[in-house]
Design a protein around this ligand. Structure first.
Ligand SMILES: Cc1cc2nc3c(=O)[nH]c(=O)nc-3n(C[C@H](O)[C@H](O)[C@H](O)COP(=O)(O)OP(=O)(O)OC[C@H]3O[C@@H](n4cnc5c(N)ncnc54)[C@H](O)[C@@H]3O)c2cc1C
Ligand code: SF4
Length: 515
C-alpha cells in the first residue's frame, strides 16, 4: 500500500467540472492532488477515423451496466484526462434565463434552480473566454442578456448551411450561429490551430485544436508546481471521521493496488453517474444509505435529455465539411400550436457512410450509405427530460452500476422533430413544387449517457437536495461536487458550458474559504 499523503485539495475527475475547477484553483498555490481514472487520450491517426471512433469504439470505456430490467448495456462514456469533453462536439451554449426558473412542461414541472441566470452570467462569460467560444449575440431572440460579446466571432457557414440559414430567415425563423469552442481563426488560417475538418463532433481532435478540458484547463494547470495529477487512479470510496462530518480518506485503486490520500477539501467530479456511484459505494455506519445521502436523493433524478439524431436526405448534395454552425431556438419555450416547451435544434457533425452504418439497424451496402451521406443534412434535436425520483443510479452488491430510467416528456420531443420536418418541407417548397426531402430520425437510447446530469442536485433544502448552493454536501463540511450531477433540471441545451461556468463559480467560493 502506498504511503498516505495529505493535500489542501483533492479533485477527483478531470472532465468539464473537475478540470475547469482545477484551472481556476491551480494559481492559488494550494497543494492540489488530482485523481483521474483514465490516462491521456493517445494522439494518433485513429482520432480522425470513423472506423476507429464509431465502429471499433476504441475510445469508449469497456463497461457493462444494468438497466431497470436487469438487461446489460455498454454506456457511451469515456475515461480520459479531460473526461467526455475529449470527444464532445464543443457546442458551448448558455441556458436561457427561463431555464433557471420553474417551467411547466407537458409532462410536469421543471423545477427552479437555487441560483438565477444573473448569478451565473459572469461565470458563463469567463467560461466562454477559457473555452474559446465563437458566436454572435443578438441573433437568437430567446437568448438571455449577456454582459459582453462572445470572445471570438461566429464560425462561417459553408454554402449549403448558409443557404439553409437564409431560407429559414426568409420564412420568418430565427436561426443563429451555434456557439462553438474550437481554436479557429478563419481570417488568418495560416495562424489557426484548428483546420476546420470534418471529424470534430464525437471525435477527439488529433491536433489539440478543440477547446476540450484537457487542452484548455488541465495542461495549463499542470504548469503550477503545487498541482499533482495521478492518472489511472480510480477512486473507489470516500471515508469519514467518526462524526461522519468530514472526509478523512480518499481510497483509490492505482495499478492494481489500493492507495489512500487525504485532503482538507475533497471535490468529487466523476460525471453524474460515477459520482453518484462513488457516494453510494461509500456507505458506512455514519452514512448507512451512502455518503451525503441523509435525504435519500443521491443517484435520483437522473436526466440525459430526449435527444435524437435527425437526418434529412434531399436531392441536393451537401458537400459541407464542418457542419456544426447553425442552431434554432424558435420552439424552445413553445410553439403557436402548443403551449409547452419543445426544445433546441442544432446541426450535427457531417455524417459519413461509416457513421450511418454504425447507426443503421440492419446491414446496408457501403455505396448506398455513401450516397445517403453525400445528400444528408444532419441535425441534433434536444428536448428537456424532467427529473423523476425513480430515474436513478443504483449500485449492486458487486459494485456494478444500474441505471434505472423511464423516458418522459416525449410528446414535446416528437413535436419538435415534426416541427423540424415541417420547416424543411417549407424550405423544399421554396425551391420546387414538390417536397423531395426524406427525414429519418433516431432517438438516442439509454446507453447514450452523453448528457447525463442531475443525480446529486443542489438546492436550499437538505431534505430534497444533496448539495447546498455552493455545491457543498449538506451532510459534510469538506465535500463538494462540481460535475453535471448538480443540475436540478436538464434544460434543453447542451450541458458542458453550464458545468464549466458553475465550476468557476464554486472555485470562487473555495478561494474565499481557503483564505
Ligand atoms: C460524443 C459526445 C459529444 C458531446 N457533445 C457535447 C457538446 O457539443 N456540447 C456540450 O455541451 N456537451 C457535449 N457533450 C457532453 C459533455 O461532454 C459533458 O456534459 C461533460 O463532459 C460532462 O462533464 P462532467 O464534469 O460532468 O463529467 P466528465 O466530463 O465525464 O468528467 C468526469 C471525469 O471523471 C473521471 N472519473 C470517473 N469516475 C472516476 C473515478 N471513480 N475515479 C477517478 N476519476 C473518475 C472520468 O474519467 C472523467 O475524466 C458530449 C459528450 C459526448 C460523449
Ligand atoms: S474542426 Fe478543428 S477542433 Fe475540430 S477536430 Fe478538426 S481541427 Fe480539431
Amino acid at each position: 500500500m502506498e504511503t498516505e499523503k495529505t493535500y489542501d485539495l483533492i479533485i477527483i475527475g478531470t472532465g468539464a467540472g473537475g478540470g475547469t475547477l482545477l484551472h481556476a484553483l491551480a494559481p492559488t498555490g494550494k497543494k492540489i492532488l488530482v485523481l483521474e481514472r483514465g490516462g491521456y487520450l493517445p494522439q494518433e491517426k485513429g482520432n480522425w477515423e470513423s472506423q476507429t471512433v464509431f465502429i471499433d469504439n476504441k475510445y469508449k470505456a469497456h463497461e457493462t451496466w444494468y438497466d431497470k430490467n436487469g438487461k446489460t448495456f455498454n454506456p457511451e462514456i469515456h475515461y480520459f484526462v479531460g473526461g467526455n469533453t475529449k470527444l464532445y462536439g464543443a457546442a458551448l451554449l448558455r441556458f436561457l434565463s427561463e431555464d433557471f426558473e420553474e417551467i411547466r412542461h407537458h409532462d410536469g414541472i421543471s423545477p427552479a434552480w437555487p441560483i438565477t441566470y444573473h448569478e451565473l452570467e459572469p461565470y458563463y462569460a469567463q467560461a466562454e473566454r477559457l473555452y474559446h467560444v465563437h458566436g454572435e449575440r443578438g441573433i437568437d431572440p430567446a437568448e438571455a442578456r449577456a454582459s459582453g460579446p462572445f470572445p471570438y466571432p461566429p464560425l462561417r457557414h459553408e454554402l449549403r448551411i448558409q443557404e439553409l440559414y437564409d431560407d429559414l430567415r426568409q420564412l420568418g425563423y430565427s436561426p443563429f450561429p451555434l456557439p462553438m469552442g474550437v481554436m479557429l481563426d478563419e481570417d488568418h488560417p495560416e495562424n489557426s490551430p484548428c483546420i476546420r475538418c470534418g471529424t470534430c463532433d464525437g471525435f477527439p481532435c488529433l491536433i489539440h485544436a478543440k477547446a476540450d478540458t484537457e487542452v484548455a484547463c488541465v495542461r495549463p494547470a499542470l504548469d503550477n508546481p503545487n498541482v499533482t495529477l495521478l492518472t489511472q487512479t480510480s477512486v473507489k470510496r470516500l471515508e469519514t471521521n467518526p462524526s461522519g462530518r468530514e472526509i478523512t480518506r480518499v481510497v483509490a485503486e492505482r495499478n492494481g493496488e489500493t492507495v489512500e490520500y487525504s485532503g482538507s477539501i475533497v471535490i468529487l467530479s466523476c460525471g453524474a453517474i460515477n459520482s453518484a456511484a462513488v457516494l453510494l459505494r461509500s456507505a458506512s455506519d455514519s452514512h448507512v444509505n451512502g455518503l451525503a445521502n441523509s435525504s435519500d436523493m443521491v443517484g435520483r433524478h437522473y436526466m440525459c435529455h430526449n435527444n435524437s439524431a435527425f437526418v434529412a436526405i434531399s436531392q441536393k448534395p451537401n458537400p459541407t465539411v464542418f457542419q456544426k454552425t447553425l442552431a434554432l431556438n424558435d420552439f424552445y419555450l413553445g410553439s403557436n400550436d402548443w403551449g409547452f416547451p419543445l426544445g433546441h435544434i442544432q446541426t450535427m457533425g457531417k455524417a459519413d457512410a461509416k457513421k450511418f452504418g454504425a447507426a443503421s439497424p440492419f446491414p446496408a451496402p457501403h455505396i448506398a450509405l455513401d450516397q445517403l451521406a453525400k445528400h444528408s443534412l444532419d441535425f441534433w434535436v434536444t428536448s428537456e427530460d424532467l427529473p423523476r425520483a425513480e430515474n436513478r443510479v443504483v449500485v449492486g452488491r458487486d459494485g456494478v452500476i444500474g441505471l434505472h430510467y423511464t423516458e418522459n416528456n416525449l410528446e414535446a420531443h416528437d413535436r419538435l422533430n415534426s416541427k423540424l420536418k415541417q420547416l424543411l418541407r417549407k424550405v423544399d417548397r421554396k425551391h420546387s413544387l414538390t417536397s423531395l426531402t426524406i427525414c429519418l430520425r433516431k432517438k438516442i437510447p439509454l446507453r447514450g449517457t452523453t448528457h447525463q446530469c442531475g443525480t446529486i442536485r443542489f438546492g436550499h433544502d437538505p431534505k430534497s437536495s444533496v448539495l447546498d448552493v455552493n455545491c457543498k454536501a449538506h451532510d459534510l463540511d469538506n465535500l463538494y461536487v462540481v460535475d453535471g450531477s448538480f443540475f436540478p433540471s436538464s434544460a434543453a441545451m447542451n450541458p458542458a458550458l453550464t458545468i464549466m461556468a458553475n465550476a468557476l463559480r464554486v472555485a470562487d467560493h473555495l478561494k474565499e474559504r481557503l483564505q
